[in-house]
Design a protein around this ligand. Structure first.
Ligand SMILES: *[C@@H]1O[C@H](CO)[C@@H](O)[C@H](O)[C@H]1NC(C)=O
Ligand SMILES: *[C@@H]1O[C@H](CO)[C@@H](O)[C@H](O)[C@H]1NC(C)=O
Ligand SMILES: *[C@@H]1O[C@H](CO)[C@@H](O)[C@H](O)[C@H]1NC(C)=O
Ligand SMILES: *[C@@H]1O[C@H](CO)[C@@H](O)[C@H](O)[C@H]1NC(C)=O
Ligand SMILES: *[C@@H]1O[C@H](CO)[C@@H](O)[C@H](O)[C@H]1NC(C)=O
Ligand SMILES: *[C@@H]1O[C@H](CO)[C@@H](O)[C@H](O)[C@H]1NC(C)=O
Ligand SMILES: *[C@@H]1O[C@H](CO)[C@@H](O)[C@H](O)[C@H]1NC(C)=O
Ligand SMILES: *[C@@H]1O[C@H](CO)[C@@H](O)[C@H](O)[C@H]1NC(C)=O
Length: 786
């Protein structure tokens, strides 16, 4: 009732039709508009207008709410074109086209319809339509939204809403939201749209059918599939958006990258309290050298210390140094530098040098002594030296990164953030006066002690309250004594990974994100792509089996999440990259002994999976990318147990995961050949040869005869020239034995391949290896095709 009265009130106050506006349901051919005289066509109720509106120093063509004092434009034609002049004309031509005449001779099209129109109409729904003679809509503004949708206006597949540049500039801005054809509704920055920079996703990805976003009359946002099933509710609604045809809501992609619901109040003003909640600040919202802070659902920008906004009113333009310089190179004599510290802000990492660094001080030192270094990022005993500008900064309280900014003394704002050491550029701290140094050390020591005690106290409390929270929620952990797998909720993992924003890698079955567990431990969270169809029980059984594995050469599973369609696995975090990086990307090749050690450790891990854990686990996808490097070059196998488990007595045919090209055993391609643990022996054989030769199994950059490693090894083996495989290195009997072992492992016939037990014994030097048979015909065929 109250709403109805207020709407009536609205009608009465704002029902002021000016003489220059025409109300008509049908706009006939030959009608025209001009900015100064007949400037717009109104919808029957007068709520919406289509036509010229004042814009910048001229005019633009668009649709707006016509009855409220704050003119609200919801659609703009050719939004990226410059403002129109006074002599422009909008014409619905006699041959049924809607065109804009900018000068006497030039015209542009406003609506590209396949047929010619018989009439046009500005509807009370906010939709401007062109119709053919049988009354079918042949073009409508609803199909080409700019930054706003209205109730009843769907966002169809590939439909996009692009933010405006600023409140007063309606041209395409910095962010957009798109209804992707994979079923996911995603928000991206305009400049650099890719998975890593997306800052919102509805997580409805990968249903093949077309999904549309529906904005209902109560403000709700729902995703529907083609059969009209509501697959996800993004906002519940509960707002009255349409009363007797009067529309009082809009969802708008705002200038700052946030998608907001606006509701028209009694005074005719818009208010907003709801937005689609991004998992992090809009990427790049604060421009270069700025970072975003979220407080009470408000997104604000700040500059790194010593810098200020280029334009306070357009913070997306970023920050620049207030004065002075960041580099010793340009400065005159003996400039004084200082380092400012910023905590818990994460950036896109584009450092030019990554150093291992035990302490913050080492990292600061490294930056200090390097003229090119403007900023040092320190995390996880690593130090990344960067130049300004920094990009995509956002505060994240779970992120332990410390940002050290080098700056000229006196150029920064006076305040608490300017603290740390100061000294002359290029000079070493050792040159400080000893007595001062002593005092500093003493004070710092005491302070550190206090901080450490405090940190321990806080950490304990946090852990305690976390545990309490878990038990309060009744989340069950497995009870078995020997496993300590934790069950996480999806929301918890969202927090752990700070909204899945740091992607570590993508594999066949899932995407891996960096995370920090509530107890401070680093973790890698794997989100499985294809939801396993097996039931709840099946998944739990698999988790139980994986959770029981304990081996120094296996990546440890810490927990999992099994909630609705979300299946996630939480692993220990391995900071040293994969074996692939280690072998193929690093500057220096590992020594011969290191290679043997790595191969032996991988073999031990596979042996454990095959024979030593309770239920046999066949990996099915052994490859250098799935082997991660721990400390002291200790390899750990990842992703095991994801292929369907094979029970001890079962020799059926595995389906589901198929190995990666180049590493798959030939029996994968044969019908009615059972898949056994020997598929892993085959893949291991290929990896072993890669380790020996320090090259990829297939490398098209090499001379023709060497492209396929396995073929080349056979050739060298048959010619008695295995030494060629390792270049100029000193070879001995050991190399030959390793090559032989590798060739045994990749035998075509599974039963001829050795067991992993035998492989380990050979690598340990406890068993002999015979001369392998030559390649079989089918093997040549297999690799000849790649
Ligand atoms: C404005 O519209 C009215 C009614 O359609 C028409 O009579 C008049 O000529 C138009 N004026 C101009 C300048 O087009
Ligand atoms: C009007 O458009 C509809 C749909 O495109 C089409 O089926 C119909 O034949 C058209 N009518 C005329 C008279 O062209
Ligand atoms: C989406 O909304 C429109 C208008 O409110 C409605 O006609 C349509 O049926 C809705 N789609 C589905 C799949 O419910
Ligand atoms: C709007 O912003 C764009 C991009 O910054 C600029 O090119 C254009 O001139 C601006 N238009 C107006 C009317 O200010
Ligand atoms: C999805 O939409 C596209 C284009 O509109 C259409 O070609 C395709 O057949 C649709 N797919 C399904 C499953 O409806
Ligand atoms: C829409 O979703 C429902 C429920 O998930 C499903 O049964 C139906 O097959 C889906 N429709 C299409 C076209 O995929
Ligand atoms: C509505 O907006 C106008 C202009 O922005 C402002 O002057 C007025 O005070 C607002 N009214 C209310 C009730 O907020
Ligand atoms: C930076 O500017 C401030 C005032 O704007 C000035 O006091 C200070 O000396 C300047 N610093 C340098 C290094 O020029």
């Amino acid at each position: 009732m109250a709403a109805a009265i207020s709407l009536l009130f609205l009608f009465l106050i704002f029902f002021t039709l000016t003489a220059a506006q025409q109300t008509s349901s049908k706009i006939s051919l030959g009608s025209s508009l001009s900015p100064t005289t007949n400037s717009s066509w109104l919808s029957p109720s007068g709520q919406f207008a289509f036509g010229f509106y004042q814009y910048a120093n001229g005019y633009a063509v668009g649709i707006w709410f016509a009855k409220i004092p704050t003119k609200t434009v919801i659609w703009t034609a050719n939004r990226d074109d410059p403002p129109l002049q006074q002599d422009s004309r909008l014409v619905l031509t006699r041959d049924g086209r809607l065109i804009l005449q900018t000068t006497a001779s030039q015209s542009t099209s406003i609506a590209e319809a396949a047929q010619s129109a018989s009439w046009a109409s500005m509807l009370d729904t906010g939709n401007f339509v062109l119709c053919n003679s049988s009354g079918n809509i042949i073009w409508q503004s609803f199909d080409f939204p700019t930054d706003t949708i209205l109730p009843g206006q769907p966002l169809l597949v590939e439909g996009k809403l692009v933010s405006s540049t600023s409140e007063t500039n309606h041209s395409s801005g910095w962010f957009y939201i798109i209804m992707q054809s994979d079923g996911n509704l995603v928000q991206y920055p305009m400049q650099n749209a890719k998975a890593e920079t997306s800052y919102y996703a509805s997580d409805t990805c990968c249903r093949r059918d077309n999904v549309t976003l529906n904005f209902t009359d109560d403000g709700a946002l729902n995703l529907y599939n083609t059969t009209g099933i509501n697959i996800k509710n993004l906002y519940n609604g509960g707002v009255q958006c349409r009363t007797n045809g009067f529309i009082s809501c809009r969802w708008t992609m705002d200038v700052d990258g946030i998608f907001r619901l606006y509701v028209l109040g009694q005074s005719g003003n818009w208010s907003t309290s709801v937005h689609l909640n991004p998992r992090s600040c809009p990427t790049g919202m604060c421009g270069l050298n700025g970072y975003c802070v979220v407080m009470d659902q408000q997104y604000t920008c700040r500059c790194i210390p010593g810098l200020d906004f280029i334009d306070q009113s357009q913070q997306i333009l970023g920050c620049q140094r207030i004065n002075g310089t960041d580099s010793c190179r340009n400065s005159k004599q003996h400039p004084q530098f200082t380092m400012s510290t910023l905590n818990n802000v994460q950036w896109e990492d584009n450092g030019y040098e990554l150093l291992p660094s035990k302490t913050e001080e080492d990292c600061i030192q490294a930056c200090w002594q390097d003229c090119n270094c403007g900023v040092a990022l320190f995390w996880d005993q690593r130090c990344s030296k960067q130049k300004l500008p920094l990009r995509y900064g956002r505060r994240n309280d779970n992120d332990q990164t410390k940002t050290f900014i080098k700056m000229v003394i006196g150029s920064g704002p006076s305040g608490t953030q300017m603290n740390t050491n100061s000294m002359e550029a290029g000079s070493k701290p050792k040159e400080l006066r000893k007595d001062i140094l002593f005092i500093i050390i003493a004070i710092t020591g005491c302070a550190l002690l206090v901080v450490a005690l405090f940190a321990i106290f806080v950490q304990r409390n946090r852990f305690r309250s976390y545990r309490k929270m878990m038990t309060d929620r009744g989340i069950r952990n497995f009870n078995d004594e020997d496993i300590t797998l934790r069950s996480f909720t999806y929301a918890e993992l969202e927090r752990v990974t700070a909204g899945f924003n740091q992607e570590l890698g993508k594999g066949a079955c899932g995407t891996v994100f960096k995370g920090v567990l509530p107890n401070g431990q680093d973790a890698a969270v794997k989100r499985l792509h294809k939801v396993i169809d097996e039931g709840e029980q099946e998944f739990r059984t698999e988790m139980r089996v994986i959770g029981r594995t304990h081996h120094r050469n296996l990546v440890r599973l810490l927990g999992y999440c099994n909630e609705g369609l979300n299946r996630l696995l939480v692993y220990e975090y391995m900071s040293n990259g994969s074996l692939a990086d280690f072998l193929f990307k690093s500057e220096t090749q590992p020594t011969w002994d290191e290679r043997v050690g790595i191969a032996l450790n991988i073999a031990k891990g596979i042996l454990y999976l095959h024979e030593e854990c309770e239920t046999q686990i066949i990996h099915c996808d052994i490859k250098p990318q799935n082997i991660l490097m721990g400390h002291h070059q200790c390899p750990k196998i990842a992703d095991f147990g994801l292929a369907r488990l094979l029970k001890q007595d079962q020799t059926g045919i595995l389906t589901g995961i198929k190995g990666t090209r180049g590493y798959v055993a030939p029996e994968w391609h044969r019908i009615n050949v059972p898949i056994t643990a020997k598929v892993d022996v085959y893949s291991f054989g290929v990896v072993l040869l890669e380790i020996i030769c320090c090259r990829r199994s297939v490398d098209v950059n090499l001379p023709e005869g060497q492209v396929v490693l396995v073929d080349w090894v056979y050739d060298c083996f048959e010619a008695g020239e295995v030494g060629k495989l390792v270049g100029d290195e000193v070879i001995d009997k050991k190399l030959e034995r390793m090559i032989w072992l590798g060739l045994w492992c990749i035998q075509d016939e599974p039963s001829i391949r050795p067991s992993m037990k035998k492989v380990v014994m050979v690598l340990e030097g406890n068993a002999e290896v015979a001369v392998p048979p030559g390649p079989s015909l089918s093997n040549i065929y297999e690799y000849g095709n790649k």
